[in-house]
Design a protein around this ligand. Structure first.
Ligand code: CP3
Length: 341
């Protein structure tokens, strides 16, 4: 199917665009009353994610309501641990919890290497969304980076420091690599399935990149992300978003990814110097959207100016917070779309 708006894909591939495409991490989420209404139809978050009709509905909401240039499939990075045999729950206002965690070789041996069939509900949600979108905008698929997934599987929940997960890397490096390998293979199978089901671009979320030092980041995270990129890049453009890993941009640019997602702690010009010819995505602080309209407009203009029109995808530096005013989000999107390049 021909896309009516393929700005995102052209920008990712470094082709000519009339303006920068814009989408937002966590655009399908609690900032939208429509999202909350759909979510209320499911028993809990995990059941919500597993329901292709509901997932597809909230995937399309931000395209209609916010006017973004891409849809990102509504799911979660934690579907991979579940498909490998480690189920999770999402506790209201607290976040994810795993009843069982990974500690020993036996725990890792018990895990299955997931294939796309184990995540059939995501494939169904993608197929349905692709049909409903009818070519309006590209559809983004995603997974978590192996390190970020390991962090949840070992820690058992979110954490400020992920010290249990890091303890595992320091004390059980051989086991850590065995687990990272299994997660990597599962993620490749999963993402290949997503492309078959209609994903036009893939993003790898390394949300906890920033808790590792540089050397450990390359050893325990980037080498596995790179394997995923090598497997998927021949099929669709891949974006690597490694939060707080500004030291790694140059090394990330040496993978086969098409674009690099940035958080707000890095200066756009500095990132340009380090990223070579890769497309950059980001990087407004989500908290900018708490400010008044005038500030949102001037700061957004400054960001667009700094990145420039070539090889740029406009986004935030991390996901939207639930208490951000939807009108401010709409304003941000509108400012990007109306900017005179
Ligand atoms: O719009 C989109 O971005 C697509 C959907 C999406 C969700 N999670 C839905 C979701 C995506 C891409 C994710 C990825 C994800 N999930 C990440 C990586 C991105 C990041 O934020 O760093 C991580 C670390 C997770 C794990 C996760 N899921 C946590 C820690 C939480 C709880 C925190 C919170 O915001 O409540 C979730 C829950 C979650 N995933 C929500 C949404 C919309 C909010 C839950 C709700 O509806 O109650």
């Amino acid at each position: 199917m021909m896309l009516k708006n393929d700005l995102l894909l052209r920008a990712a591939r470094g082709e000519v665009v009339e303006r920068a495409p814009v989408w937002l991490m966590r655009q399908a989420g609690r900032i939208l009353p429509e999202y909350r209404a759909t979510r209320a139809k499911a028993k809990n978050f995990v059941e919500f994610v597993k329901n292709p009709e509901l997932a597809s509905e909230v995937t399309i909401q931000p395209v209609d309501i916010l006017g973004v240039d891409a849809a990102i499939i509504f799911s979660d990075i934690l579907v991979i641990p579940e498909a490998m045999g480690l189920p999770y729950e999402m506790i209201e206002a607290k976040g994810p919890r795993f009843q069982n965690t990974i500690q020993t070789k036996a725990d890792i041996d018990k895990l299955k290497i997931a294939d796309a069939g184990d995540l059939d509900y995501v494939m169904k949600a993608l197929t349905l969304t692709k049909k409903e979108l009818n070519g309006r905008v590209p559809l983004i698929g995603f997974c978590g980076a192996p390190w970020t997934i390991l962090a949840y599987m070992v820690e058992g929940s979110g954490s400020k420091t992920f010290s249990k997960a890091k303890q595992f890397l320091y004390t059980q490096p051989v086991l850590a690599h065995a687990l990272l390998d299994k997660i990597t293979q599962s993620s490749i199978n999963y993402l290949k399935g997503q492309v078959t089901a209609g994903a036009d671009l893939l993003q790898i979320f390394d949300s906890w990149a920033g808790v590792l030092n540089e050397k450990m980041y390359y050893e325990f995270s980037l080498q596995y992300i790179s394997k995923i990129c090598t497997a998927l890049s021949p099929l669709v453009p891949v974006t690597i978003f490694a939060k707080d890993a500004h030291y790694a941009i140059k090394k990330i640019s040496e993978t086969s990814c098409a674009s690099i997602g940035l958080d707000w702690t890095i200066d756009p010009l500095k990132a340009r110097q380090e990223a070579g010819k890769k497309t950059l995505q980001g990087n407004a602080d989500p908290c900018l959207l708490y400010s008044d309209e005038k500030t949102i407009i001037s700061e957004t203009h400054a960001m667009l100016e700094a990145f420039g029109i070539d090889r740029y995808i406009c986004n935030l530096g991390h996901g939207l917070y639930p208490d951000i005013d939807k009108e401010k989000v709409k304003l941000f999107v509108q400012v990007v779309k109306e900017y005179k390049w």
